[in-house]
Design a binder for this molecule. Structure first.
Ligand code: 7TS
Length: 410
């Protein structure tokens, strides 16, 4: 087993207690905890370099600009982008997907065009396209999920025709841990000249990413799900896609010239970064990718597969527990959704919380998938590099306690 338990010392929050028990944090799919290296980078920026970027001809502003642009270069190299200019900083995956839907979709799609999605998408990869559909009369078409919790590709050939202009797919479901069929989508899209958007919110934090190898058109992800502060994320795009895309927000920093009635845009990526950006957050994002790079993303992935495999094995010991997701830990991510008999997911989460164990309960911002699975809600444990098998054991003990509280042992 890949042992990363020494890393726990880097995460101050992991030494606190919750309800009299050591914290067992199992909600990293929602947001991850932050290592001291990220906290220190943000703190040092505010203490020593804080100024606005891209405007002042004075030392502090130049240093702040270097720190901000340095973070862009780090994020670019983390996903093997050809240039830092292919990275647009955003608030996160949601705002990146909205940029793409509005900035590209609104300007290039017309009535009758199709956008292909899957039923496992997070709402942030559904609702922006519905908003574009209202303006442009485009059609949304969904791939469904089979009973092994894989995206069902059986009807793909019939689905892909000249009407399809965009395929937008999650790299990993935040509910079932299903890996999206990204490479198949890239091939299918090429045959009809469609674009591929990859929602990497649950993919980029958990495994090595190489956008040149992936060959999609856009990849979006959130910093806070990969050790960075909230309020920062990225949209990677192929240079030609970013050029042909319109900005979705206007204001300072994104212009080359402004007249009374017309303006010209700054070059990519500034064209998409209106207003004062999240500077300290970007610095923290840079420190987070430095941290992950030092651990090694293959190590992160191996550890996650091992701990997910261990969790699947231990959860199978709990009677009446159903896991919603692929069974092979090597072919899935570390988000593990489950139900336990007919105990409501919120009750499970509340009982686990009494043991200091934090899991998410609800629809996980994936209502179409919940309807497909025919469940109103699930409880979900999700893992990251700081989680241990001991914590999985605590989760299982807590679930046995939930069973007895609900009188299920008698
Ligand atoms: N896409 C996926 C697959 C996600 O899991 C999430 C957030 C998003 C997009 C949106 O990311 P944001 O950073 O812009 O909010 N997922 C979750 C979750 O599973 N629990 O809380 C947020």
């Amino acid at each position: 087993m890949t042992d990363l338990s020494h890393l726990r010392e880097d995460f101050p929050i992991l030494s606190r207690e919750v309800n009299g028990h050591p914290l067992v944090y199992l909600d990293s799919a929602a947001t991850t905890q932050k290592p001291i290296q990220v906290l220190d980078a943000v703190d040092a920026f505010y203490r020593t370099e804080n100024a606005n970027v891209h405007r002042g001809a004075y030392t502090l502003s130049a240093e702040a600009t270097d720190a901000y642009e340095g973070a862009r270069a780090k994020v670019a190299s983390f996903i093997n982008a050809s240039s830092p200019n292919e990275i647009v900083f955003s608030r996160g995956a949601t705002s990146s997907l909205n940029h793409i839907a509005y900035g590209w979709g609104l300007n290039h799609l017309s009535e009758g065009d199709r956008v292909v999605l899957t039923v496992m998408e997070h709402h942030s990869n559904v609702v922006p396209w519905q908003l574009v559909a209202r303006h442009k009369g485009i059609e949304l078409v969904y791939l469904t999920m089979d009973d092994r919790y894989e995206v069902d590709l059986s009807g793909l050939d019939d689905l892909i025709d000249e009407r399809v202009k965009i395929i937008s797919v999650s790299g990993m479901s935040n509910v079932t841990g299903t890996l999206g069929p990204v490479r198949t989508m890239v091939e299918a899209a090429r045959s009809v000249g469609a674009l591929v958007v990859v929602d990497g919110a649950q993919l980029v934090p958990h495994s090595p990413t190489d956008v040149q190898d992936l060959d999609a058109d856009f990849l979006v992800f959130s910093g806070h799900k990969m050790l960075a502060p909230t309020g920062i994320g990225a949209m990677w795009g192929k240079p030609e896609r970013l050029e042909e895309m319109e900005p979705t927000e206007g204001g300072g920093e994104m212009i080359a010239d402004v007249g009374l009635y017309e303006s010209r845009w700054a070059p990519v990526p500034q064209k998409f970064e209106a207003g004062t950006p999240p500077i300290a957050q970007a610095v923290g994002f840079g420190a987070a990718v430095d941290y992950l790079t030092a651990v090694g993303m293959e190590t992160v992935r191996d550890h996650e597969q091992e701990i997910t495999g261990y969790a699947m094995k231990r959860l199978a010991e709990v009677p009446d527990l159903i896991v919603y997701g692929p069974s092979d830990p090597e072919n899935r991510g570390g988000a593990v959704s489950f139900s336990l008999a007919d105990i409501h997911a919120h009750d499970i989460a509340t009982i686990l919380d009494q043991h200091g164990i934090e899991v998410r309960a609800g629809h996980h911002c994936a209502k179409p998938l919940m309807r497909h699975l025919q469940v109103p809600a699930t409880a979900r444990a999700s893992f990251y590099l700081y989680n241990t098998t001991d914590e999985v054991d605590s989760l299982v003990d807590g679930l046995f306690d939930a069973r007895s509280l609900f009188g299920l042992d008698s």
